[in-house]
Design a protein around this ligand. Structure first.
Ligand code: I6G
Length: 676
């Protein structure tokens, strides 16, 4: 009787195991491939744990494609070699429209078609090319490109990447299918990884590509599993016992239906004009994409035409990479200066032999702090890589290996502030060295005034950095209070000013006399108090005097405020000169106190993304209104986004919202929502 009972239990559990695997695979597909999750993470975790428990009970029922089998048990001794069934070629590059024209001419001359061929265009991801082998739909091997003929077997590492399906689904899957694509690290994951490394005192990665490469080449798959890698496929290699469709776009669609992730920005276009506009669009969207790219790839879409074009040397004649201008270049450090920031932090800045990077000439690059200089072992006279990403300040990435000359000079932190001569101190546990001069230091005062006037702070239109520097330099202003006492005649005489500009500036200063409390707190430039913390302080205390009088323990009750931030806040308000400036400031401005009534938070719990150019307000203003109505404002669209506020020339975020079915609204609808 007992045997019969356990037999039927086994059958029941075995069916449940199958059901759980199918469900989990489907949810992974919806999440990773279609970017459209159907269940919350907690529900996925619950099903996953149930499967794990059942598999522990029946080890014989564990299969290699089970979602629980992504992380292997044992580290490898070394990677074995894999010979690619079909060589993994590289792509030829073009860097200009002339070179692109020459590519199209070669294609058109060979094909002698009546019209220009369809082209499949895609962003060129900055990751690592890999080949995945599926046998009867089961993932059995992954290899790096290596030298094109032979690569390294990275199967157990690629298995840990959740967007790589362990079993393909659907009909018509060839008996042997080789899928090729790029393993990469999305920027968000990369930033978190580096943040964690910094906190733990570990080495950080130079860029997402290096992080992806380093993660894929780990002998211990548990380490790879802890790294946020992703995968997009872009073509196939060997195909046996089955067929694929006859165009590049339909092959990718088919791969996606079988469960493989495909980059959502891929587009079918025609001719060189479309290619150039695709290139320009993707280049504009580059900084908003969730991953690094270094150009776009165009492929002749029809496979029959690809076959006719064939290959030259190690690259196909039917595809080309159109690269963006380099963002990393090599140059020499001619000197290092030390800049003093608003909070006294000393930043070493490398003066460079000018070099053209990512479309602009760069002569200065940050070295961040002394720890970074030591970690990278950078010296004056070194040949170094410079990186410029988006509108971020160019940075020295590393010394070119093997390039060091004998006459290079070590970089030394000065003992005294280069601006005010006060002592420089380095506090244990802090990366930055600081000038101890406080507001005696002209550099700190200048930076504090720049920050005070900036867009996200008091938003004084027309008061740019250069003008603040001139006004401090000429002695017109010493503190932010002096701004409100300026007269037109005093500033009309400054360089590149005139009567009209001076009048406009005074009007802009007057316009800023009624700041919201949160903006004013942010504008004061307290260390570690960014916009979000300033908003929390304003909405929690509702009044500047209360914040000034609150002690560290009470401050720590507020969201976002830990012991360090609380200390900075109380320290700031305890300084006699800060108290003096605030006292004077309050005679000049009229702070708008926040509406702390929670009923007014009409958009509480809703997440918005703002994209494109708005016509009635700036994006920052829209953000401000949303935040004060209790909404969250995020930088990227996901299935969790409630609304996308789209203005003119909205790009990839709008497309993504439409794809995910997220409601897209305009400014009129935003007004309705805010007043609802
Ligand atoms: O579509 C592609 C993207 C990136 C590629 C490619 C690539 O190399 C990193 N390489 C080849 C050979 C092909 N497509 C055909």
């Amino acid at each position: 009787m007992a045997t019969i009972k356990s037999g039927s239990q086994l059958k029941k559990d075995s069916l449940r195991i199958d059901q759980l695997r199918e469900q989990l695979n489907r949810y992974s597909y919806l999440y990773y491939v279609l970017d459209n999750p159907e269940i919350p993470d907690s529900e996925y975790d619950r099903l996953y744990r149930e499967l794990q428990q059942l598999e522990q009970k029946y080890p014989d029922l564990v299969t290699p494609d089970s979602p629980t089998q992504r992380v292997g048990e044992l580290p490898l001794e070394s990677f074995t070699q894999v010979t690619h069934r079909v060589p993994m070629l590289s792509l030829d590059n073009v860097f200009s429209e002339d070179e692109l024209e020459a590519f199209f001419k070669r294609v058109n001359d060979r094909l002698e078609l009546d019209e220009e061929p369809d082209i499949n265009a895609e962003p060129k991801l900055d990751g690592l090319a890999v080949s995945l082998i599926y046998e009867d739909g089961l993932f059995i091997q992954a290899a790096t490109r290596g030298d094109g003929a032979t690569g390294e077997n990275v199967t157990q590492n690629v298995k840990t990447i959740h967007s790589v399906p362990l079993r393909l689904m659907g009909k018509g899957i060839p008996g042997l299918l080789e899928v090729r694509g790029e393993v990469f690290m999305p920027r968000e994951g990369f930033n978190k990884l580096n943040k964690r490394a910094l906190e733990n005192g570990d080495k950080t990665f130079v860029n997402p590509r290096n992080a992806a490469a380093g993660s894929l080449r780990q002998l211990d798959p548990k380490i790879t599993a802890s790294r946020p890698l992703a995968f997009y496929c872009y073509s196939t290699g060997a195909v046996e016992r089955g067929d694929l469709p006859n165009t590049q776009d339909s092959v990718l669609l088919q791969l996606q239906k079988w469960g493989l992730p495909v980059c959502p920005e891929i587009k079918l276009i025609k001719g060189i004009k479309d290619c150039i506009s695709y290139y320009e669009t993707i280049q504009r969207q580059r900084d908003d994409l969730p991953y690094d790219i270094d150009g776009v790839v165009y492929k002749v879409n029809k496979l029959a035409l690809q076959n006719r074009l064939g290959f030259v040397a190690r690259a196909p004649r039917w595809a080309i990479a159109h690269k963006f201008p380099a963002q990393e270049e090599v140059t020499y450090i001619s000197n290092v200066d030390f800049q003093v920031g608003r909070t006294g932090a000393i930043t070493p800045v490398a003066r460079l032999q000018p070099v053209f990077v990512g479309g602009v000439t760069v002569s200065n690059a940050t070295l961040h702090n002394m720890d970074e200089i030591e970690r990278k072992d950078v010296r004056i006279g070194d040949k170094v890589f410079i990186r410029r990403a988006g509108d971020v300040i160019p940075e020295v990435v590393r010394v070119v290996p093997g390039s060091r000359k004998r006459n290079v000079k070590k970089i030394k932190l000065p003992e005294h502030c280069p601006v005010c001569g006060s002592d420089i101190e380095r506090i244990e546990g802090e990366a930055a060295a600081r000038c101890t001069g406080g507001l005696i230091c002209k550099a700190q005062r200048t930076e504090a005034i720049k920050h005070f006037a900036s867009r996200k702070a008091m938003d004084i239109d027309g008061l740019g950095d250069r003008l603040v520097e001139q006004m401090v330099e000429s002695g017109l202003i010493e503190t932010v209070v002096d701004l409100f006492r300026l007269k037109v005649d005093e500033i009309a005489g400054l360089e590149r000013m005139g009567q009209k500009s001076a009048e406009n500036l005074i009007a802009a200063i007057d316009n800023s006399r009624k700041p919201a409390l949160a903006k004013l707190i942010y504008a004061l430039g307290i260390r570690e108090v960014g916009e979000a913390t300033a908003r929390s302080l304003a909405s929690s205390f509702g009044n500047l005097q209360v914040i000034m009088d609150t002690d560290e323990d009470v401050l720590q009750q507020i969201q976002d405020i830990g012991p360090i931030v609380a200390k900075h806040i109380t320290h700031f308000f305890a300084q006699a000169h800060n108290q003096q400036v605030i006292k004077q400031l309050l005679k000049e401005i009229d702070i708008q106190l926040p509406e702390v009534n929670k009923d007014k938070q009409v958009l509480s719990g809703k997440t918005f993304v703002i994209t494109g150019t708005l016509s009635e307000m700036t994006r920052d203003e829209a953000k401000e209104r949303l935040l004060s109505a209790g909404a969250k404002v995020s930088g990227s669209v996901s299935a969790k986004t409630d609304y996308v506020l789209a203005g003119d020339k909205a790009g990839s975020k709008l497309a993504r919202a439409e794809k995910l079915g997220v409601e897209v609204i305009d400014e009129a609808r935003l007004r309705e929502l805010l007043s609802s």
